[in-house]
Design a protein around this ligand. Structure first.
Ligand code: SDX
Length: 386
């Protein structure tokens, strides 16, 4: 019959699940993973340790950590058949398009050995995914520039190996810069999870039907792609480049405030944070560190970003709406300084967020659950005769 439903477009005030993974207090600007503040994790932990924490609920002992790292690093290769997928794409294809396809394609490689009701099988999925995402991401980049794919090196740390696959070539054996590897690791960590954001909700909903986990993660990648979500880091850099000079900032601020102009300040505002995004604060500090190491402290894009932030934070429009920089306001400047092309930024977000997606997927399947099935308020024509 006709039910009466709560109407909450955009899910502003509806909890779709219970979860014990990540806590956000948007008014205070607090982000906790399994109870640990993001600032402490950023200072003391590393990405794979946070992966373990998100997945298992507790920090690992040194031995558990070594085992975890070892298992993940031993899953880094992709099946050789995956390389043929790449050949079907244009060299100038957007890497997010390739990622949606290739991660979806992984479901064709592991569907036989998969019982999603078995915690060990779910764990193996998690291992495979977090291990293979950087490999696929680097393959996208190598393909776009016409260089051979680099095999992973399992004796390197996770972020180090990623930089090796991105920037190494078979004819050189240079090791990635440790300061850049650390910055890369921190970017992965700061994007690891963020409770029920659009892409994670997508993965949960896809997973609720019992679908193949690799296919579910592909749906998360698709949802992440848009500029209102993970595509923002790419959009921020394009925006800073378009602004080009500090003198043009007021013009762009004016456009962002104009209700008749669709332009928005990319990297600004957040559905949950009405205060500083704590990840943005860490990111900004990391940005200063990296540019200093590279001797690029007077980077023109950084200058524009800093100035833009200052002007926006003093402007009534942004103050009234409590719009602050989010995680992606400064990440692009770091990635740009590391030498990563702009169209790879959202791919890096996807690599990092994979642990969040798979942890939520696994949490969903480890507790009593049912298929997600929102209702609607019907606004179409009433019954009529043909
Ligand atoms: C991520 O949800 C997550 O947790 C996501 C994420 C994660 O880790 O998973 O944190 C990652 O997606 C970060 C957000 C990246 N997106 C951007 O940086 C794009 C720019 N930001 C916005 O489009 C926007 O702020 C959103 C999408 C982030 C949030 O959208 P909401 O919650 O739907 O808010 P809204 O669009 O209704 O904005 C409220 C008001 C509006 O003004 P009024 O109509 O009330 O007058 O604030 C204005 C908006 O126009 N506004 C902005 C603005 N963001 C909001 N005005 C100018 N520039 C902006 N960036």
């Amino acid at each position: 019959g006709m039910g009466i439903f709560t109407y909450d477009p955009g899910f502003v005030s509806t909890a779709a699940c219970e979860s014990g993974i990540t806590y956000i207090d948007g008014d205070k600007g607090i982000l906790l993973h399994r109870g640990y503040p993001i600032e402490q994790l950023a200072e003391k932990s590393d990405y794979l340790e946070v992966c373990y924490l998100l997945l298992n609920g507790e920090l690992p002992s040194p031995q558990q950590k070594a085992e975890f790292v070892n298992i993940v690093m031993n899953h880094t290769m992709v099946h050789e058949q995956i390389t043929y997928f790449f050949r079907g794409f244009r060299r100038d294809a957007h890497p997010m398009a390739i990622m949606v396809a290739c991660v979806g394609a992984l479901s064709a490689f592991y569907h036989d050995s998969l019982d999603i009701s078995d915690p060990h099988h779910r764990e193996v999925c998690a291992f495979r995914l977090i291990a293979k995402m950087p490999t696929l991401a680097a393959m996208c980049y190598k393909y776009s520039i016409g260089q051979p794919f680099m095999y992973p090196r399992n004796n390197l740390a996770y972020a180090e190996n990623f930089l090796h696959m991105m920037f190494g070539t078979p004819c050189s054996d240079s090791k990635p810069n440790p300061v850049l590897a650390k910055a890369m690791d921190r970017i992965f960590m700061l994007h690891a999870d963020h409770e029920q954001n659009a892409s994670t909700s997508t993965v949960r909903l896809a997973g609720s039907s019992g679908a193949n986990p690799f296919a579910c993660i592909a749906s998360g990648i698709a949802a992440l792609w848009g500029p209102a979500h993970g595509g923002a880091n790419e959009a921020v850099l394009s925006m800073l480049q378009e602004i080009g000079d500090e003198s043009r900032i007021p013009e762009f601020i004016k456009r962002a405030k104009d209700p008749d102009d669709s332009f928005r300040l990319m990297g600004f505002g957040h559905r949950v944070y009405h205060n500083f995004d704590p990840r943005a604060t860490v990111m900004k500090a990391s940005c200063d560190e990296v540019l200093k190491e590279l001797g690029k402290s007077d980077d023109p894009l950084l200058k524009i970003a800093r100035q833009l932030e200052q002007i926006a934070l003093k402007d009534d429009y942004f103050i009234k709406r409590k719009l602050y920089p989010n995680v992606d306001f400064y990440s692009g400047i770091i990635l740009n300084a590391i030498g990563i092309p702009t169209n790879m930024f959202t791919v890096i977000f996807a690599v990092a967020r994979t642990i969040g997606w798979i942890s939520h997927w696994s949490e969903f399947h480890s507790s009593p659950n049912r298929i997600g099935r929102p209702r609607q308020l019907y606004t179409g024509v009433k019954q009529r005769d043909y």
